[in-house]
Design a protein around this ligand. Structure first.
Ligand code: COS
Length: 379
């Protein structure tokens, strides 16, 4: 076991840190206030190779593994959870689904554009009435000749509006049939397909979220990913990997909150001393530092299994559950340490806390992670 970052991880960490400090930090408050999704920043990250991190070079990706991917998301989360979420969703969900389950033709057609940032990717599983209970989705596709006709609505979809290409999970069989859901690739602009931006989110406000509407959308059968009926199982596998990305992002948010609280506590004086000298504050910092490290180790453990193509459902859920709860705790404690200042938008704690709250909800709530973990340990 090696607990040091390797050379690739060090290089990625430095590159992403430089990019985040130069391009994201100066703008993040404005993007957050205005709920602005920075497509330009996404395109620049595409040029840096951050939108196809684990996609092989043969498909235009960077050809790295999940360690490098996790490292990049930790660095982004340390500055802005919203931008980090967009990079995570683009890589793990849309691009990952086509990479792991698409045909050679689909990979050739879409992966180079997704990896370079020419295309922004979206992924649609959730619906207005089916979140955790994804299996009961109501959006349907009915076969007509060599096309499928899709009707229904998807909700909480990252890049639903700006996405050039979306992977959507749709019912093609009976309700509750685990072999009755199919994944389709939908291109922007196809007739009958529209999207509406969801506004007034609590956090990750620089990441675009939308509702997708399908009204008699005719999709050619060549847009089916893998076999008809295998979409639910594909989606579960994609979420297993996706949970590494939310865990990594959570580690970044947690570390950002911890570092800002540490700095504040060393500068802010009360009773004649920096408040870091008081045990009430230094013990909070000790807890935060310990839990951030633990979350990072769990995340790298899940990433390691994924790199080795070994089962990682349980470890992905461990990492996502633990790291996202740590992020919320660190955001909350950072606010407590900063007191009244932390409660304002002039200081970073409130944004870390708001961004962290999504991490315990998106890509499977903490409660769903506990369902996954308990099923695995009781098998
Ligand atoms: N990898 C591969 N296959 C999996 C799998 C995984 N990780 N998890 C489940 N499956 C398979 C099962 O083996 C089962 O196959 P069979 O029917 O052939 O036996 C099938 O999928 C159905 O599984 P299960 O019966 O466990 O489905 P449930 O409806 O009980 O749902 C949970 C299981 C709750 C774990 C699932 O619905 C889930 O993850 N929900 C949360 C969804 C989510 O994270 N949404 C957020 C999206 S935001 S991007």
């Amino acid at each position: 076991m090696n607990f040091e970052l390797d050379d690739n991880q060090k290089m990625i960490a430095q590159m992403v840190r430089d990019f985040a400090e130069k391009e994201i930090r100066p703008n993040m408050k404005k993007w957050d206030d205005e709920e602005y999704f920075p497509v330009d920043a996404m395109k620049k990250m595409g040029e840096l190779g951050l939108l196809g991190i684990y996609i092989p070079e043969a498909y235009g990706g960077s050809g790295f593994g999940y360690h490098e991917y996790a490292t990049a998301l930790m660095e982004l989360g340390r500055v802005c959870g919203g931008v980090g979420l967009s990079v995570a969703a683009h890589n793990s969900l849309c691009t990952g689904h086509i990479y792991y389950h698409g045909s050679e033709e689909q990979k050739q057609k879409y992966l180079p554009k997704l990896a370079s940032g020419e295309f922004i990717g979206a992924w649609g599983l959730t619906e207005p009435n089916t979140g955790s209970d994804a299996m009961r989705m109501k959006t349907t596709a009915v076969k007509e000749g060599d096309h499928w006709v899709i009707n229904g609505t998807k909700n909480w979809i990252t890049h639903g509006l700006s996405g050039d290409v979306s992977v959507v999970l749709v019912r093609t069989g009976d309700l509750l049939d685990s072999n009755g859901i199919t994944a389709f690739i939908i291109e922007k602009g196809i007739p009958g397909f529209s999207a509406v931006k969801i506004k007034e989110k609590f956090g990750v406000r620089a990441s675009e979220t939308a509702e997708l509407i399908f009204e008699n959308v005719r999709v050619h059968e060549s847009q089916v990913i893998g076999q008809v009926g295998q979409g639910f199982k594909q989606a579960m596998q994609i979420l297993d990997g996706g949970r590494i990305s939310i865990a990594a992002l959570s580690c970044g948010v947690a570390r950002g909150a911890y570092e800002s609280a540490l700095k504040y506590a060393q500068e802010r004086e009360q009773f004649g001393h920096p408040i870091a000298k008081f045990q009430a504050i230094s013990f909070k910092l000790a807890d935060m530092a310990t839990e951030v490290e633990a979350a990072e180790l769990l995340t790298y453990q899940a990433a390691d299994l994924k790199n080795k193509k070994m089962p990682m459902t349980k470890q992905g859920a461990f990492a996502k559950y633990f790291a996202s709860e740590v992020a919320v705790k660190c955001g909350n404690e950072a606010m407590q340490i900063m007191g009244g200042y932390g409660y304002t938008k002039e200081y970073p704690a409130e944004k870390f806390l708001r961004d962290a709250r999504l991490m315990t909800i998106g890509e499977g709530t903490s409660e769903i992670q506990k369902v996954v973990i308990s099923r695995e340990i009781l098998k």
